[in-house]
Write a protein of this length. Structure first.
Length: 561
């Protein structure tokens, strides 16, 4: 949200503070009455310093300059927002979001004084990124009020509404955007997704097919093919669905800019961890020797992607005695801090072996400090459940640093996980790059679950495996067992978890599914694709057997996607 500051501003130039106003109606007006020429120059110089710091991703330096600007202009929404964003990128999310929300309130109050929607749009997008959907929507509507014919403003409002499953409200706005931009593939794909969610699957299919026929952007073509596959699956046209999904996967894989070696990064890391986290290392620091530090006992919710972790997190979050995080990245930050303290990278087991007890305690304190920064003092009062499916990769590190922890491990039929992953558009990263192909999904599933099986009986933390199929078959019995494991009582209101999820920002692809009651139609959906599983079944069979999925499961059709 930073713009280059010109060395000398004309009165009709855009103000360097980024408000979107002309200089004469913004900083010039304020400084003319409250500052001398030297102060005006200082404000411009500070803006320039702050913007240069942002450009080189030096957010600590950016914070310094935006705080100085904030003291000079405490009622400037742009400065508040810039300070908030800098803090968010410095991993001080709770503090940063507070400044972003202050900026939003100021901007709403000052709406009558501006005709420029750009800042409202940018701040709306930032708030949506950080999960503050209500404020994001208000600014999105403000931007539309300022520029009612702007397809960008209208589409931003559509994105806000769809992220909280308000598809019926989003539909007419999205239709209007597509009339304004008849050749824009992204807008038509978004409208097709909305139409599909509302049951207009034929219209959605026609729209997506037209996108593919007319589009020259291979990334948008790939996304259109993926959405076609999801819709055809809903319609029970499974052969065609898999063909479309395969086209999408091939296109996504071809577009990847990463070096092919990055595809092996995760497998190499898991192999090192499996060899390095010996029983001796996993039991090096007994829980009894560490729990006298006065820190809470953490719980971790992990598994494989699409295994039901988001469903369990939403159920746990509905319990007043639990604080369940949504895709927390603090464990990843913990591994970076481990690298820093030890001076060893790319080998967590070796790094932990190099530490003494005081350094281990330092890591424990780092984790809880970051938890407090993200979620406030309530983390010291409630049972925290740190949820991220990818934390399975960090199982050894978690187990050594927190031997007293509790681990909830989500299980689901490996075949259902594979087909569900194949229907997702994962952003390419070392932990997801292999999920963009059918065989890559099976290979990654096997590697991750082999790691779990290799370590689970040697780790000190207590663990409980939670099967998705058990949740669907007998919700209360399953979660009574989960709550007992976590040390809290059963609360009947958790059965209405989906009511709480409605209107709440959920960062994973499951945000639509967990806004409705538990349903059985996602169980054994793999049976529709038995022929396609022939090529990857040898990799999956050891885990089908190990986790008790060899017995035939009842097939439910059609699938909800």
């Amino acid at each position: 949200m930073s713009y280059p500051a010109p060395s000398k501003l004309g009165r009709n130039d855009p103000c360097s503070c980024g408000s979107g106003k002309k200089y004469k109606a913004c900083c010039a007006q304020q400084t003319a009455t409250h500052a001398n020429p030297q102060q005006i120059t200082n404000i411009q110089a500070m803006h320039q310093q702050a913007q240069q710091a942002v450009a080189r991703a030096d957010f600590a330096e950016a914070e310094h300059w935006f705080r100085k600007l904030h003291k000079t202009k405490p009622a400037d929404a742009y400065i508040l927002a810039s300070l908030g964003q800098s803090l968010c990128w410095l991993k001080r999310r709770r503090e940063g979001v507070d400044y972003l929300l202050q900026a939003a309130k100021l901007l709403e109050r000052q709406a009558a004084k501006t005709r420029e929607p750009k800042f409202a749009l940018e701040l709306s997008a930032q708030l949506m990124h950080w999960g503050e959907i209500a404020a994001a929507e208000r600014l999105a509507r403000l931007a539309v009020a300022l520029a009612p014919e702007s397809p960008v403003a209208l589409n931003n409002l559509v994105l806000c509404l769809t992220r909280v499953n308000r598809n019926a409200e989003a539909l007419p706005i999205s239709q209007r955007v597509c009339r304004m931009l008849p050749e824009h593939p992204g807008c038509h794909i978004l409208l097709a997704i909305i139409e599909s969610q509302l049951g207009s699957v034929d219209e959605a299919l026609k729209r997506l097919t037209l996108v593919i026929e007319q589009n020259v952007d291979p990334e948008q073509t790939a996304r259109a093919n993926l959405e076609i596959g999801v819709i055809l699956d809903k319609l029970g046209r499974y052969e065609q669905a898999f063909t479309a999904l395969t086209k999408a996967a091939e296109s996504h894989s071809a577009l990847l800019a990463q070096h092919p070696g990055s595809r092996d990064y995760l497998f190499n890391s898991l192999q090192r961890n499996q060899q390095g986290f010996t029983a001796g290392l996993l039991k090096r620091w007994p829980a009894e020797a560490l729990i006298n530090d006065g820190l809470p006992v953490p719980a971790f919710l992990m598994g494989f992607l699409r295994s039901g972790t988001t469903l369990t997190e939403q159920v746990l979050a509905a319990h007043p005695g639990l604080l369940a995080t949504d895709e927390s990245t603090i464990v990843h930050e913990l591994t970076l801090e481990l690298n820093r303290i030890s001076g060893i990278t790319d080998d967590q087991a070796l790094a932990l072996k190099s530490l003494d007890e005081s350094q281990l305690r330092q890591l424990r304190q780092f984790y809880w400090r970051r938890m407090r920064e993200e979620h406030g003092d309530q983390v010291m009062l409630k049972q925290v459940v740190d949820k991220n499916a990818l934390n399975t990769i960090e199982l050894g590190t978690i187990s050594v640093i927190f031997p007293e922890a509790r681990i909830l491990f989500a299980l689901r039929d490996p075949r259902d996980i594979c087909i569900s992953c194949f229907m997702q558009a994962f952003s390419p990263a070392p932990a997801t790059i292999n999920l963009l192909s059918w065989k890559g999904i099976a290979k990654q599933y096997a590697a991750v679950m082999q790691y779990w099986l290799a370590l689970r009986d040697s780790i000190q933390p207590n663990y409980l495996e939670v099967r998705y199929e058990d949740t669907v078959a007998d919700f209360e019995t399953t979660y009574r067992r989960v709550f007992e494991f976590l040390g809290v009582e059963w609360r009947p209101e958790v059965e209405r978890f989906h009511e709480r999820a409605k209107g709440r920002y959920i960062s994973t692809p499951s945000f639509a599914a967990v806004s409705q009651p538990v349903y059985r139609t996602a169980v054994a959906r793999w049976k529709h694709y038995e022929k396609q599983f022939e090529s990857i079944l040898p990799q999956l069979e050891p885990y089908i057997e190990a986790f008790g999925y060899s017995e035939p499961a009842e097939l439910n059709s059609p699938s909800p996607g």
